[in-house]
Design a protein around this ligand. Structure first.
Ligand code: 13P
Length: 253
């Protein structure tokens, strides 16, 4: 059965030194809690990835992730980082297709499909992001857009490869805005995503896929969102930068 996964996406925040501090503080707080089978992931900037992976190495159900990667193995791609490098740094997951990458760096579903392949080829797990901007929700086209993002980015995969994918539904209008999706809005689209997976693969594959919610998740709203039957954890931005808040969310999973 699928697991709840709480991942802290730090975005472009924290120096290497500050990263060590935040992870150590978070681990100290976590040590006092019983978090059961919940998986916890830290997603620092590339420059701190190896040190963060080192800090969580060997800890049960705690991992490091990169926030992006290139689809090629190596070569003349100035400024880029490959999945093989991420693996060598000790990470286990890679966020692919965050809405900020789609919006500010023009990443397309076609490119994201190649990135997903590169991540899987290294034995890492992609956290594939989907979600609609406000105008798309207002036009009631969010199901259509999310279906397109999932189909074009993921549905070329074999059932075996797809079983390693984590999906994060992040409505763009809820990211960093303080406007969280209601429990019902989250449940509705998560159930829809699971239905798409059933139709493409099968019910067992769908039941085993972790689908996280992301967008202004905080300790105060985490429990309501994650108690929805199809919401399996969270991809956390701002609140992951404060150890007590991140742990508060993890405890709600
Ligand atoms: P916030 O939690 O800051 O809204 O960010 C969500 C997000 O984009 C995580 O990837």
């Amino acid at each position: 059965m699928r697991k709840n996964i709480i991942a802290g996406n730090w975005k472009m925040n924290k120096t290497p030194q500050e990263s060590t501090q935040l992870v150590e503080e978070t681990l100290q707080l976590l040590a006092k809690e019983n978090i059961g089978e919940t998986i916890v992931i830290f997603c620092p900037p590339f420059i701190a990835l190896e040190r963060v992976a080192g800090l969580v190495k060997g800890k049960k159900n705690i991992f490091a992730a990169a926030q992006n990667c290139h689809w090629e193995k190596s070569g003349a791609y100035t400024g880029e980082v490959s999945a093989a490098m991420i693996k060598a740094a000790g990470a286990a997951y890679v966020i692919i297709g965050h809405s900020e990458r789609r919006l500010y760096f023009n990443e397309t579903n076609e490119q994201l499909a190649k990135k997903v392949n590169a991540v899987l080829a290294e034995g890492l797990q992609p956290i594939y992001c989907c979600g609609e901007p406000l105008e798309v929700r207002e036009a009631n086209k969010h199901f259509e857009l999310v279906a397109q993002q999932i189909k074009e980015g993921l549905f070329h995969l074999s059932k075996d490869d797809f079983s390693k994918v984590v999906i994060a539904y992040e409505p763009v209008w809820a990211i960093g805005t303080g406007k969280v999706a209601s429990d019902e809005q989250a449940q509705e689209i998560h159930a829809y995503i699971r239905k798409l997976i059933t139709e493409k693969y099968d019910a067992a594959t769908a039941a085993n896929t972790t689908i996280q919610y992301g967008g202004s998740m905080k300790p105060s709203n985490a429990k309501g969102l994650m108690s929805q039957p199809d919401v399996d954890g969270g991809l956390i931005g701002g609140a992951a930068l404060v150890a007590a808040d991140f742990v508060g969310i993890i405890k709600s999973a």
